[in-house]
Design a binder for this molecule. Structure first.
Ligand SMILES: *[C@@H]1O[C@H](CO)[C@@H](O)[C@H](O)[C@H]1NC(C)=O
Ligand SMILES: *[C@@H]1O[C@H](CO)[C@@H](O)[C@H](O)[C@H]1NC(C)=O
Ligand SMILES: *[C@@H]1O[C@H](CO)[C@@H](O)[C@H](O)[C@H]1NC(C)=O
Ligand SMILES: *[C@@H]1O[C@H](CO)[C@@H](O)[C@H](O)[C@H]1NC(C)=O
Length: 292
């Protein structure tokens, strides 16, 4: 029955990896992520009593004593070792957390503080422009009036020293036929607008009124997605997160492949042993997968 052990081994492995991979809350977290703040005790002693506080809002988040939850706020849970897990962090979870752990004779065996900052994902901005009578233009980077973001302007692919949501262009600058885009970022996300050309009618026919085509007029190829030197810095953490997520996906894929392989070898083994029909083995395998 080595095939049974194969499966047991696989499941234990998978379970262990998944358990370990519960994400620890970093200092900066994207809204909606699930993560854990670790509780550490002296000599990893098992606590008998645990208290978790959110200092910023002066609330008790979790009280646990002798295996019983005495108090817990919505959206958090206690790990086996006393660590605090958020199902899905929101803006109001921002701030400082403090824990205390005691053993069964009331001695404090661990205490610590952790600060987290939750960010909402940056929206994809859009660039619009208005022309004045002299064919100067004012570009606006629309971020849905979010004020918690760092903004950069790009001309073609070059990042500008301009962080206001509006940028003024003179007639002469517009004549260079360049494309304009803006990017917004916070420590956990980064979005860049489409690159648009700016076309203001040359003033020879007099004021044609502010023409502000919000749609990019020509179907310009999405140029300028090469992130400039400045976004590379702010985007690096984001990229790091993406790579972690990708890693998780790769792991799941690997697990699937392993399970399929085990399933096949299981089928073959059984075939040798009893020579039953193929369908029965498939059924057997799927029963292992579901039943375990
Ligand atoms: C257009 O820009 C030029 C150069 O900055 C400026 O002298 C002129 O007053 C501007 N025109 C309008 C209508 O603001
Ligand atoms: C955001 O913009 C909308 C219009 O687009 C406006 O009605 C609203 O008052 C703005 N909110 C803030 C906080 O500025
Ligand atoms: C960017 O602009 C600010 C003020 O607008 C100025 O103090 C700073 O020197 C500029 N930096 C560069 C690299 O041009
Ligand atoms: C910009 O485009 C206009 C018409 O499309 C053209 O006449 C002008 O020479 C171009 N300017 C540059 C700097 O390429």
């Amino acid at each position: 029955m080595s095939c049974q052990y194969n499966f047991l081994f696989l499941f234990l492995c998978g379970f262990a990896v998944l358990t370990v991979s519960i994400k620890t809350c970093g200092k900066e977290i994207l809204e909606g992520t699930s993560c854990t703040i670790k509780l550490i005790t002296k000599n990893s002693e098992k606590p008998d009593e645990i208290e978790w506080y959110h200092l910023t809002s002066d609330t008790i988040v979790l009280l646990w004593k002798r295996g019983k939850i005495k108090k817990v706020v919505e959206g958090v849970s206690k790990e086996e070792d006393g660590s605090l897990t958020f199902k899905s962090v929101s803006l109001k979870d921002t701030g400082k957390y403090k824990y205390k752990a005691f053993n069964n004779d009331g001695t404090e065996i661990g205490t610590g503080e952790e600060e987290i900052q939750v960010y909402v994902k940056a929206p994809k901005p859009t660039v619009t422009f208005d022309c004045d009578a002299d064919s100067n233009a004012t570009l606006t980077c629309d971020t849905g009036n979010r004020t918690d973001l760092t903004l950069f302007w790009y001309i073609d692919t070059i990042v500008q020293n301009e962080t206001n949501p509006q940028m003024f262009l003179t007639f002469t600058q517009i004549q260079k036929n360049q494309t304009y885009s803006c990017s917004v970022s916070n420590p956990v996300s980064n979005e860049q607008s489409e690159s648009i050309p700016v076309l203001c009618h040359t003033g020879h026919t007099g004021p044609t009124g502010p023409t502000g085509p919000t749609e990019p007029t020509g179907p310009t190829e999405p140029t300028g997605y090469d992130p400039g030197p400045d976004t590379e810095v702010s985007g690096s953490k984001f990229n790091f997160m993406v790579s972690i997520l990708a890693g998780g996906g790769a792991f799941l894929l690997l697990l699937c492949v392993l399970i399929i392989c085990a399933c096949r070898s299981c089928r073959q083994q059984k075939k040798h042993q009893q020579g039953e029909s193929r369908l029965d083995h498939l059924k057997l395998c799927s029963e292992y997968l579901h039943g375990q």
